[in-house]
Design a protein around this ligand. Structure first.
Ligand SMILES: *Cc1c(COP(=O)(O)O)cnc(C)c1O
Length: 500
């Protein structure tokens, strides 16, 4: 299985090369040349296996240049009982008749990013070994909060790697920030960038495309790579849980033979929902992929109208991991729905760069709308949804998952569709404790309490346990204090890497 660039100006590469490089040198994203199909026989064979076994069967189809032993050791390193607090890894919980929440946050950082970022370091170091790479790999990450911490946990003390995380100093929650600032490990660096997520991401993209910088690094025996969701090694492990959820519903008889499902995903960079799209292309019967946004509803507009227009105000919301105006992974979807027509993709991406917008043709828009449905949810609706679901169902949602639940409710009432639905739950409610507390506690009880005290109060009030990775966060030592502007990111990096 080879991978090609969505911009069509680079040769095909192996999975190991695609994962090692992260992004294609022509600015495109690596996409598998074809999508393996899981037939009924394979699905049946997989159904009784553990999560790890399902992962093995799915990812090996995309990693034909890896040996089975290499793949198994990647999986063992990622999804084990030291790192995940639930042996089912991604358990399904019934929320209502025909509505299931898939909890994707049982890893070390309490957000779904762990599902991919516990695996990526294994895939990446394995890829480096396979391609005869001698250089040390320097992971560069721009984060809207959850990726940074999950990448730090994934890469900490991994031999042959260093990791540098840039986060927007005004774009992450107190808890997310504290999780990163207290990060341990001898190969980790954390820097606050003045600005929002797009500023941090654009700075990282600029460094990646700076050839002079790459040459200097190479002289120093180092090479940049990415842990952002543009790396195929990030996306691949995410396909697994959608297939696993489908198989579980089928195995328990909830889902009949050949019955389809809907998948609802709270979306930012379009990575998680794209993984659901790949699961459907692999043969999981999906009726609708429901794309849920917060007030940064650029994807809602895109899916409804075919126009992607980033010339709009950036909104800071209570679901900060979805506060994104450039959804990088959308480029992969465009490449897929145009049957790998790089010329059209390049034209749209040029329009986006030069004019801040692009409009897809009618045929492409129809292809997108054939499977995707989209809407968005305001902060007020998010809070109301957390409150209602807690009162009516006794289930505590985080702010991102609440966006998905709210948009799913809108979908139900607009379409009347009662297809069994899986809602991706992307974070533990304690990761965004103050906003969740605002929804379920009395104002009086909350007065004067900081985010960490609210976390404990919320736990006492709801009798839900705080995940281990979030306990005692306020008492851990602060180990990172660097701050810079978007323009100063190169310099910061050079000083960490002891370059000139
Ligand atoms: C990253 C993140 C999202 C958005 O996922 P994408 O893959 O960027 O679309 C949603 N919720 C949480 C909690 C996240 O950390």
């Amino acid at each position: 299985m080879k991978y090609e660039s969505s911009r069509g100006k680079y040769h095909s590469v192996t999975a190991a090369e695609a994962i090692k490089m992260g992004i294609s040198p022509d600015g495109g994203l690596f996409v598998p040349e074809s999508i393996p199909h899981l037939d009924d026989k394979q699905l049946t064979a997989m159904a009784s296996g553990s999560y790890q076994e399902k992962t093995f069967h799915i990812i090996r189809q995309f990693l034909s240049d890896f040996s089975d032993d290499e793949i198994k050791s990647c999986i063992d390193g990622a999804y084990n009982q030291d790192r995940f607090d639930n042996e089912r890894i991604a358990p399904l919980v019934k929320l209502d008749t025909g509505v299931y929440i898939q909890e994707l946050w049982h890893g070390p950082t309490a957000a779904f990013k762990d599902m991919a970022l516990q695996m990526l370091p294994q895939l990446l170091t394995s890829s480096a070994r396979k391609t005869g790479e001698k250089a040390e790999i320097v992971i560069l990450v721009a984060t809207s909060g959850d990726t940074g911490k999950a990448a730090l946990e994934g890469f900490k003390d991994v031999a042959g790697t260093k990791i540098i995380v840039f986060y927007p100093d005004e774009g992450v929650s107190e808890i997310q920030k504290r999780q990163m600032l207290t990060q341990e490990g001898n190969n980790v660096y954390v820097v606050a960038v003045r600005g929002n997520f797009d500023d941090a991401q654009n700075g990282v993209k600029r460094i990646f495309s700076n050839e002079e910088f790459a040459a200097r690094l190479l002289q120093n025996g180092q090479k940049l790579s990415s842990a952002n969701s543009i790396n195929w090694g990030r996306l691949l492990p995410q396909i697994v849980y959608y297939v696993a959820a489908y198989l579980e519903l089928k195995a328990t008889g909830i889902l009949g033979e050949a019955e389809s499902i809907n998948i609802v995903v709270p979306t930012g960079n379009f990575g998680n929902i794209l993984a659901a799209y790949y699961a459907s292309r692999m043969g999981i019967p999906v009726k609708r992929l429901i794309c849920a946004s917060n007030a940064n509803n650029i994807l809602t507009d895109f899916i409804q109208t075919g126009i992607y227009d980033r010339q709009r105000k950036f909104e800071k919301t209570i679901s900060p991991s979805m506060d994104i105006l450039i959804s990088s992974n959308l480029e992969r979807l465009l490449f897929e729905v145009t049957a790998h027509d790089a010329r059209r993709v390049v034209a749209w991406m040029e329009d986006l760069k030069n004019r801040g917008r692009y409009e897809i043709d009618t045929a492409t828009r129809n292809a997108v709308q054939d499977i995707f449905w989209a809407d968005f949810c305001t902060d007020e609706e998010t809070i109301a949804t957390i409150r209602d679901i807690w009162r009516e169902r006794g289930y505590l949602l985080d702010t991102h998952t609440a966006v998905a639940v709210n948009v799913y409710q809108k979908y139900r009432s607009e379409t009347g569709d009662k297809t069994i639905s899986i809602i991706a739950s992307t974070a533990s409610p304690f990761k965004f404790a103050s906003n969740v507390a605002q929804a379920v506690l009395e104002t009086e009880e909350m007065r004067g309490k900081d985010e960490f005290e609210l976390m404990k109060l919320l736990s006492q009030h709801t009798d839900v346990t705080i995940p281990a990775g979030l306990q005692e966060l306020d008492r851990r030592e602060i180990r990172h204090r660097s701050v810079c502007s978007q323009q100063g990111m190169e310099e910061m990096l050079m000083s960490f890497l002891q370059l000139g």
